[in-house]
Ligand binder design. Structure first.
Ligand SMILES: Cc1ncc(COP(=O)(O)O)c(C=O)c1O
Length: 357
């Protein structure tokens, strides 16, 4: 699609690969599975996967069957694990498209239609998050027996998910011990065993000799909540250019609701980005970067436009970095009282992703 507006997200694929390689080194000899759900955390799954396939990666994880099918249409030969719930006809579609599913409850199993192709299954164990998965020893044994009765099922993997690996280590250990308990009492040899997300693999994977893979989401995209980790590189920079400069005298008002009043001679830059782009209204009061300096966002953010108070050094069409430069994604997350995951995922499809290789 042609672009007539200078607003875009610059995706740095080199940095993304740097992050992957650095973490792959930490978890060696296990294999990192890149998590590319939610359009690769807003980076664009088709392009991210294309780049990683070129680097020799052939196994990816998503959440939805729709996400897996989008990738399958473009990449017939990669392995795809869906980590969310797939039921009924979805299981048939998954088997026909060689998409690996997560088995989390008996309902999925009982309502699985007749399959003509093999369905690869990873068993989800709930070790304390109380989201998805089988919880009791009894249920886990029973589901394994049930799966083995169906010749179209291939039980390839087992996994769990940690709810506190980046904040509460004692709860992480509790979950880990529970998984260890279950796993050692099972009389089944799994080809793939994976438990870690970004935070846990960076910190603890070396202590887990029995896993084969890890699932890497947020730190693939350069973000972490572990303070001392400094090797990750930013992959998502939100940019635009100034569309108009307005000179105000004292007592003039800016934008909807006339919520910002100029206190003297002021210059207001209008940026072509707004809440329909995922740059939500709560960003008012934060900052943007122009020519390596920080400038405040003022007035109410509109659907398509944002106001910034600038100075004489700023020119029409100057580049503006909303985040990913001087202003980090973590700073925006703090500003919005949320987590870095949400900052990148919420930038909408209206913002084109431009790839830097
Ligand atoms: C089941 C599962 N595994 C792995 C991940 C990746 O986690 P992170 O982005 O913290 O690495 C997620 C993300 O939410 C997930 O739901």
């Amino acid at each position: 699609m042609n672009r007539y507006r200078e607003t875009y997200a610059e995706i740095n694929l080199k940095h993304l690969y740097h992050n992957l390689k650095s973490i792959q080194k930490i978890v060696h000899p296990k294999t990192v599975i890149p998590v590319v759900k939610a359009d690769a955390y807003g980076h664009g799954a088709v392009e991210v996967v294309r780049y990683l396939i070129d680097k020799g990666i052939d196994y990816f994880a998503v959440s939805l069957l729709e996400e897996a099918l989008e990738l399958r249409r473009v990449y017939p030969n990669i392995e795809l694990l869906c980590m969310g719930i797939i039921e009924n006809e979805g299981l048939l579609i998954a088997s026909e498209n060689n998409i690996t599913v997560t088995m989390s409850n008996f309902n999925q199993l009982q309502n699985c239609p007749k399959l003509s192709k093999t369905l690869k299954i990873h068993l989800k164990v709930d070790t304390g998050m109380n989201r998805l998965g089988f919880k009791s020893d009894h249920d886990i044994k029973e589901v394994i027996d049930e799966i083995q009765k169906n010749e179209k099922f291939f039980l390839e993997g087992i996994f769990t998910h940690f709810s506190t690996a980046d904040e509460n280590i004692s709860y992480y250990k509790k979950q880990l011990n529970r998984f260890d308990d279950i796993f050692t009492n099972l009389n089944f040899k799994f080809k793939m065993i994976h438990v870690s997300n970004s935070s846990s693999q960076i910190q603890f994977e070396k202590d887990l000799p029995w896993t084969t893979h890890t699932r890497l989401g947020i730190s693939l995209y350069g973000l972490t909540y572990i303070d001392h980790i400094k090797f990750l590189k930013n992959t998502f920079t939100l940019k635009t250019k100034i569309s108009q400069l307005n000179r105000l005298t004292a007592g003039e008002f800016v934008g909807y609701g006339a919520s910002y009043e100029s206190s003297g001679q002021e210059i207001i830059a209008v940026l072509p980005i707004g809440y329909a782009d995922g740059f939500i209204r709560k960003n008012t009061g934060g900052f943007v970067e122009i020519n390596h300096k920080r400038y405040p966002i003022v007035g109410r953010i509109c659907m398509d436009m944002t106001f910034v108070k600038v100075d004489e050094s700023v020119q029409l069409h100057d580049e503006v970095i909303l985040f990913g430069g001087l202003i980090s994604i973590d700073e925006v997350a703090d500003r919005l009282d949320t987590i870095n995951y949400e900052v990148i995922c919420q930038i909408s499809k209206r913002v084109p992703r431009i790839y830097k290789k």
